[in-house]
Design a protein around this ligand. Sequence first.
Ligand SMILES: [Zn+2]
Length: 470
Amino acid sequence: MSTARDSRKADQREGRHRCEECGSVHVKWLGRCPRCGAWATLVPVSDGADGRKAVVEPITQIQGSDALARPTGIREFDRVLGKGLVAGSVVLLAGEPGVGKSTLLLETAKQWAFAGRRCLYVSGEESPAQARGRAERIGAMHDGVLFTAETRLEAILASCVELKPELVVVDSVQMLRSTGEASGAISQIQEAVRRFSALAKALDISVVLIGHVTKDGEIAGPRFLEHLVDVVLTFSGEQHSRLRLLRGVKNRFGPSDEVGCFEQTEHGISAVADPGSFLLGRREHPVVGSAGTVVMHGRRPLLGEVQALVAPAARGPRTVVSGLRSDRVAKIVGVLSARCGLDLRDKDVYLSTVGGMSMHEPSADLAIALAIAGAASGEALPLGLVAFGEVALTGEVVAVSATEQRLAEAARLGRTSAIIPAGEDLKPGAGKSVAGLDLVPVSTTGAALRRLSSLAALGGASRGGLDIVA
Ligand SMILES: [Zn+2]
């Protein structure tokens, strides 16, 4: 730790501070206001009336947030945070109840404790006995993990001032109560977040607040608290899947669009470094109606798979989708019929993504088209093939973003060939990152379909770059 920073921190605690609760002024920062007894209510007086000068230092002497970040010990968590939890900062972790927010943070508390740091875990959701049971299940039995089931804000702040744990986890902001008031009101939650923010800065500790997001109300969702905290993360699960995605929404210390992957198990939560093979497993033989693709979740490429089933329609033709946007699928079914000669008029088309992964990106279009065409023709795509590209109404395949990252991820996970939009200008050197991948550039959907040998005759005459069935 830098002495310059330590002295600046100490300097910030010196000087006049006013209590936001009662308005009394004190000569230095105190954890508790001597006049009204409130905890963590003192803020620096910034009117200059005390004759103190602003703290000025050469920009080269100021420590960057990287140096202040303390790794959580969970690589996928650190990836989303940037480097780790930054001292003096507040993180809001938002997500639906039951998705695994508490488990992730108890795992973090465990990692910190075993690294010799103390973590105070405040839970209004669990009894101490329940918390102990969960800690036993995930192997977090360590004296550095401190627990309280306290819900009174003042009492929690008082304990933080006394114990100065390096990390405070509040599970959840909804359960905090101020004296004499019921918990859960927006204004009260906001006030609590302000107090924790002041506390984090004064004590140079990290605070992580859990916020439950409910489907209807979004009560303590990021929107109401985003401006009060330094980092906002969302934790979400895919339906019928053990995969959990941690996404950055706001991050003052790093990229705000990183994604971390986790797996929820009975022993807690673990980072998934290789979500592609986690989702897809290992497959020995090609399967009819399946098409691999790579979608971007924020900055992160994820290997996924689209599966299609085409069956005779009992009544009118229907399209049933899961994990995909139905309007995009309807458009692709239209293009396959009108431009590629694939007759789906009396067919039901079922489509889903493996692992319940959501693929709302247009880049999944080409894989959707290939999965449907493969299912309709009864022919499997080659094992190890991925395809991505947007399908236009004209049937043309349009370039998408992040081609190189997608190809690199496919290669890393052992895929062997990729159908990609033609005309992609791959940067020099990209050849290295896509080593071993056999690239098949296509300009039309019909051209992609001809990779399926039984469909080679489909697509009809090609006029002006478009596959048009006369
Ligand atoms: Zn006071």
